[in-house]
Design a protein around this ligand. Structure first.
Ligand code: CA2
Length: 149
């Protein structure tokens, strides 16, 4: 099992397009710029972060399955898989480490189908609607959870 405070930050499909399309919904920062902000906060909080993004559900499931071997917690933006993936939910439950769900946009103000998350029931909690700050708040929530444990 994982030791120390290493946190895996996972991003799902199409989030590699952040900052390149639809800035009115997703903001103008690229995923790399967001990751740099997370890295800066991680240093302040004294934790180590690793970043992965995939457009493939199976790859995300594989990383979540392996996460407890290397990481103490996961911060995940499952993107569209939020609304469809029982496989990602089951992987999070099986991994058994604290997982925080984050979204750049406020999914509850958008199309009805975005108001249901398969992930939320397996996560410690969910943060949505704060742009890059959703990730930063998610990291803070993960660290707070780990210091309780
Ligand atoms: O708000 C979020 O973070 C979402 O997870 C983003 C997903 C969406 O399916 C969820 O409902 C909410 C979409 C990610 C696609 O990201 C793009 C970024 C720029 C341009 C196009 C897509």
């Amino acid at each position: 099992m994982a030791t120390g405070k290493r946190i895996l930050v996972l991003n799902g499909p199409n989030l590699n397009l952040l900052g390149k399309r639809q800035p009115e919904i997703y903001g103008s920062l690229t995923l790399e710029e967001i990751n740099r902000e997370i890295e800066t906060l991680a240093k302040e909080l004294g934790v180590e972060v690793s970043f992965r993004q995939s457009n493939s559900e199976g790859e995300l499931v594989g990383w979540i399955q392996e996460a407890p071997n290397e990481f103490a917690a996961v911060v995940i933006n499952p993107a569209a898989y939020t609304h469809s993936s029982i496989a990602i939910r089951d992987a999070i439950t099986a991994a058994g480490i604290p997982t925080i769900e984050v979204h750049v946009s406020n999914v509850y103000k958008r199309e009805e189908f975005r108001s249901h998350s398969y992930i939320a029931g397996a996560a410690i909690g969910q943060i949505a609607g704060f742009g890059v700050n959703s990730y930063l708040l998610g990291l803070r929530a993960a660290v707070a959870q780990l210091s309780k444990a």
